[in-house]
Design a protein around this ligand. Structure first.
Ligand code: ATP
Ligand code: MG
Length: 322
């Protein structure tokens, strides 16, 4: 079928000395073939934690405490480690914010690229030829095949991972703020490469702080707040018709999305995820809650669940449904 990744009720906690951080709670969404799904949200809202969890690589002291991640009919969370290793970096490529990427730091770039080709029955000479072509296709000199990952720039590493995803016909690429540390020209070239990759049939899961960047290339957008996915839908549904008060407030606080608008920042701060608010995690900052006394005991009493408010558009807010 069309579903590449089906994430169901994912919860991830970090067990720290100072307490349990409920970093991701009950997150559900689907990535379909050809999708470019972008998650946006403030710093600390759980975006990177979701990205790592998708390939069962949550760093210590984090643990996936609940949920399923179904890829090709199999749950990646309960899959044995060998099977998972075969999927990572091949069927699913990853570009993470931190240095832990799908490139092995101890092996030369060329060997890593060629290994997968050889596994797929290509002979060594042909594999070398193709590896050179691959580097050239992303504007990297072919002698870099003999380099180790740390000898390349961040932008080069990312371009190599994208080119590998293209060569291996990956089903999914996970890109956690792949362009944040790079200058604008390199940023654009990476976005263009991801776009080419998507057109060739690889679905993209992308993370950014930049809402205008999200709206440019994505097919779907997810909004995260304090460890919860509060809204998910097609780009137009989210941008033109945000339903969750947090999404609306986030857009209202973001310059350059619309030209003539007054920028209003969201009052207060995101909660401490060791002790998040009961009910909706956004209610202490929610203007709609403040202005409607009938919501007392609802928003601050019961956790809202995701509801489909129009086809493909999901919102976790007590204003909708029930
Ligand atoms: P940013 O936009 O800054 O990258 P993010 O949305 O990616 O933020 P995460 O890195 O997923 O957010 O963090 C989610 C929550 O989990 C935060 O409250 C963070 O403090 C906590 N967290 C993340 N990594 C760890 C860790 N290794 N140990 C303890 N807590 C962590
Ligand atoms: Mg992050």
């Amino acid at each position: 079928d069309n579903i590449v990744l089906d994430v169901r009720n994912l919860s991830v906690y970090y067990y720290t000395i100072a307490g349990t951080v409920r970093a991701v709670e009950n997150v559900s969404f689907k990535i379909e073939r050809g999708d470019w799904v972008t998650f946006v949200g403030e710093s600390g809202s759980g975006k990177s934690t979701v990205a790592h969890a998708l390939v069962n690589l949550v760093p210590n002291p984090g643990k996936i405490v609940k949920g399923e991640i179904i890829f090709n009919g199999k749950n990646l969370i309960t899959m044995d480690i060998e099977e998972l290793r075969k999927i990572r970096g091949k069927d699913i490529s990853m570009i993470f914010q931190d240095p832990m990427t799908s490139l092995d730091p101890l092996r030369k770039i060329g060997d890593q690229i060629m290994e997968v080709m050889i596994e797929h029955g290509v002979d060594e000479e042909e594999a070398k030829k193709r590896a050179k072509e691959l580097l050239r296709s992303v504007n990297i000199p072919e002698d870099r095949l003999d380099y180790y990952p740390h000898q390349l720039s961040g932008g080069q590493r990312q371009r190599i991972i994208i080119s590998m995803a293209m060569a291996f016909h990956s089903k999914l690429i996970i890109a956690d703020e792949p362009t944040t540390a790079l200058d604008v020209i390199v940023q654009d070239s990476i976005m263009d490469l991801l776009e080419d990759l998507r057109k060739s049939g690889t679905s993209v899961f992308f993370i950014t702080h930049d809402i205008s960047l999200a709206s440019e290339r994505s097919s779907k957008i997810g909004i995260m707040y304090a460890g919860k996915l509060v809204e998910f839908g097609l780009v137009d549904q989210i941008i033109e018709n945000p339903k969750h008060p947090y999404t609306a407030a986030l857009f209202q606080s973001t310059p350059d999305l619309w030209v003539d608008k007054t920028i209003t920042s969201i009052p207060g701060y995101p909660p401490d995820l060791r002790d998040p608010p009961k009910g909706c995690r956004f209610y202490p900052r929610c203007q709609v809650f403040k202005e409607n006394s009938n919501l007392k005991g609802v928003c601050n009493g019961k956790e809202p669940v995701m509801k489909e408010v129009e086809p493909g558009h999901f919102v976790a807010c007590h204003l909708y449904g029930d």
